[in-house]
Design a protein. Structure first.
Length: 161
């Protein structure tokens, strides 16, 4: 877990540290049609555990104009020989198709590579989740980074330095 996660600003969204007070709204998001198909079986306790109990996981609220519209979390492997991160994201069904997930993803990936020093960032949506696969292109590499690639075999996106 990032000790003091910053607030990150994307083109349209703001990522801020997720708080326990956000969980009721986030539970509504992950249990609504269009989202629950990919976030199966969550209740208040399992959502709290997934968001806050992993020592390597840092959750962020995704906000649009001050409204909570989703969540994105980074799980980090910090061993310098294997340093990498993975991301999971969800956006309120009312806001799907507006590029908010993509903006949140790009914002967090830039932070993880540029500020946290990760060499690889992955996201692994269900291969059948075509909307998610389409929403997760790797961002343009930052200065000094060689490039990015996308693997479709299991819908695992890999953004590498």
């Amino acid at each position: 877990m990032i000790e003091h996660p910053p607030t990150l600003r994307g083109k349209r969204v703001t990522l801020r540290p997720l708080a326990e007070d956000d969980l009721p709204a986030l539970l509504r998001i992950v249990t609504e049609p269009g989202v629950r198909e990919w976030w199966v079986g969550y209740d208040a306790e399992s959502l709290r555990r997934d968001m806050f109990d992993g020592p390597e996981t840092t959750p962020f609220a995704i906000e649009l104009g001050g409204e909570l519209v989703g969540a994105i979390m980074a799980t980090e492997e910090l061993d310098p020989h294997y340093k990498h991160a993975s991301i999971d994201v969800t956006v309120d069904a009312r806001h799907l198709g507006q590029g908010l997930g993509t903006d949140a993803l790009r914002t967090l990936i830039r932070y993880l590579i540029d500020q946290r020093g990760h060499h690889r960032v992955t996201i692994d949506p269900a291969a059948a989740n075509e909307r998610a696969v389409a929403a997760y292109p790797c961002p343009a590499p930052a200065a000094g980074h060689s490039g990015s690639r996308l693997q479709h075999a299991d819908a695992c996106m890999i953004c590498a330095r």
